[in-house]
Design a protein around this ligand. Structure first.
Ligand SMILES: Cc1cc2nc3c(=O)[nH]c(=O)nc-3n(C[C@H](O)[C@H](O)[C@H](O)COP(=O)(O)OP(=O)(O)OC[C@H]3O[C@@H](n4cnc5c(N)ncnc54)[C@H](O)[C@@H]3O)c2cc1C
Length: 449
């Protein structure tokens, strides 16, 4: 009897970020009806969920996909902490204090796209909501404190190596371990180290009641200047916390000197905090927006997050291992980045279910054909957007401000149609029967006639 490929039963996912957890939930839903004893295990290097990372903006697409995975209900159940609704990101000039447009998450009637608006939520809260859904999902387990350091493929299995010297054997490995992915750099594509973009986030959470100036924005604003942009957004429903994140040009040579790391002594931490406050003041203290001036004058503890990217065009898969999310295609972040990680997870799970009788290499090919071009386009667009945040001279800065309303308007249709995207609905390719299968089918047919 011929041995036909079956769907993978032991699936190992590396990384419990947005892509990893979404992928586990989507795979459980798509594969459970076809795979008895399906076992999905997520391996996460941290011992507990990481509390760093500030707040993240979820676009209508990201919210739709989180709703489909059951995560949005959990966020809503969390009350105020579940995030602030964002109708629009308003744009302001720090030079003049004037409004220069807005990116709207609602249509002319005030409705969200496909029923969803935007939401700004603390990363740790999103992770907790995702973990709550994992806890009640059959077939999915998560193991913390397991740092992957490499892997190999042997005949029809993949073996993952961990830093604690242990190993795990799986039918399929999915690398969702973020921009510095070990699955990518030590296994799938060793030549694809992440690259520093030259830009960093300087971010802090500031209690709204510590500011005497009323915020100039409704829920979220991007305040632009020729010394970088600063995002200011409420991140809880009761509008008690403001998340502030400046996107600034920051020299690679200075990064190590300005990053807070575990184990640093008090004096070093204090020096870093003072330096970063000074950096913020030097860039934004002349802003015409009083709220911004006050933010940079307060004793907020700014944290430095260097932004890395993964060069587009790199390898995404081998025979039994594939990369999803930032591990495959980290781009300079924009509001859609998390949505791409969610799209990856849902589309990959659907393709795997549809191609369940095909070899994994066919599954990977089908996935890549569907995704590569979209990701390449998104990468180019986010690079273009980020270049606008580097330091510039007076005239260039004025030109940037002047052009912005046109750019926002000219991309509106494209943006809004992207927000209607539903990864659970788009048509998938159909597997073409392999020659072996065709001959097996004709053999069976002949046998029955
Ligand atoms: C400063 C900043 C701000 C951003 N803001 C936004 C925003 O507002 N909106 C938006 O949509 N996107 C934003 N993004 C982008 C967004 O965060 C990412 O696109 C998204 O988190 C990608 O999810 P992921 O699961 O692929 O990777 P990650 O979220 O990075 O998750 C990777 C996981 O893998 C784990 N891991 C790493 N290495 C290993 C290993 N060797 N072994 C085991 N586990 C490992 C990590 O601990 C982590 O849990 C931002 C990014 C940055 C850097």
């Amino acid at each position: 009897m011929m041995d036909l490929p079956g769907p993978p039963r032991e699936i190992a996912i590396v990384g419990a970020g947005i892509a990893g957890i979404a992928c586990a939930l989507a795979l459980s839903r798509e594969l459970s009806p076809f795979v008895p004893n399906l076992n999905i295990t997520i391996y996460e290097r941290h011992d507990i969920l990481s509390t760093s990372g500030g707040a993240i903006n979820l676009t209508p697409v990201a919210q739709r996909h989180l709703a489909q995975l059951g995560v949005l209900d959990e966020l809503d159940r969390m009350g105020s902490e579940g995030g602030a609704e964002v109708d629009a990101i308003e744009l302001f000039s720090m030079r003049s204090g004037r409004s220069i447009g807005s990116i709207d998450f609602v249509d002319h009637n005030g409705n969200g796209f496909g029923g969803y608006k935007g939401r700004r939520v603390m990363r740790i809260i999103l992770s907790v909501a995702m973990m709550t859904v994992v806890d009640r999902t059959p077939n999915v387990n998560i193991i913390f404190g397991k740092k992957v350091i490499g892997g190999e493929e042997i005949s029809d299995k993949a073996i993952i190596h961990f830093s604690d010297q242990s190993e795990v054997i799986a039918d399929l490995v999915i690398g969702c371990d973020g921009v510095h992915s070990a699955v990518r750099t030590r296994w799938v594509d060793p030549d694809s180290a992440s690259q520093y973009t030259g830009m960093s986030f300087l971010q802090a959470t500031i209690p709204a009641n510590t500011l005497s100036t009323p915020p100039h924005f409704r829920s979220s604003a991007l305040n632009v200047s020729r010394h970088g942009s600063m995002l200011t957004s409420f991140c809880d429903r009761d509008r008690e916390q403001i998340f502030a994140a400046a996107v600034v040009q920051f020299d690679q040579a200075d990064l190590g000197f300005h990053r807070l790391e575990p184990g640093q002594d008090w004096a070093t931490k204090d020096r870093i905090r003072r330096d970063l406050r000074c950096e913020m003041r030097s860039r934004f203290s002349k802003s015409a927006l009083p709220c911004i001036r006050e933010m940079v004058e307060t004793k907020a503890d700014w944290m430095l997050y260097p932004v890395y990217q993964v060069r587009p065009g790199g390898r995404w898969c081998m025979n039994r291992v594939i990369l999803l999310g930032d591990a495959a295609h980290a781009m300079p972040p924009r509001d859609e980045s998390a949505a791409y990680a969610l799209d990856d997870a849902i589309l990959f799970a659907r393709i795997l279910a549809r191609y369940r009788s095909e070899p994994l290499t066919e599954v990977f090919d089908a996935y890549e054909r569907l995704r590569r071009e979209t990701i390449n386009r998104a990468f180019k667009e986010s690079r273009r957007m980020w270049d606008r945040n580097r330091d510039m001279g007076f005239l260039e800065g004025r030109l940037k401000e002047w052009m912005m309303p046109f750019q926002i308007r000219s991309h509106r249709d494209e943006r809004e149609s992207a927000w209607e995207f539903d990864a659970t609905k788009i048509l998938l390719p159909t597997p073409t029967p392999s020659e072996d299968l065709v001959s097996l089918n004709s053999f069976l047919k002949e046998g029955t006639t």
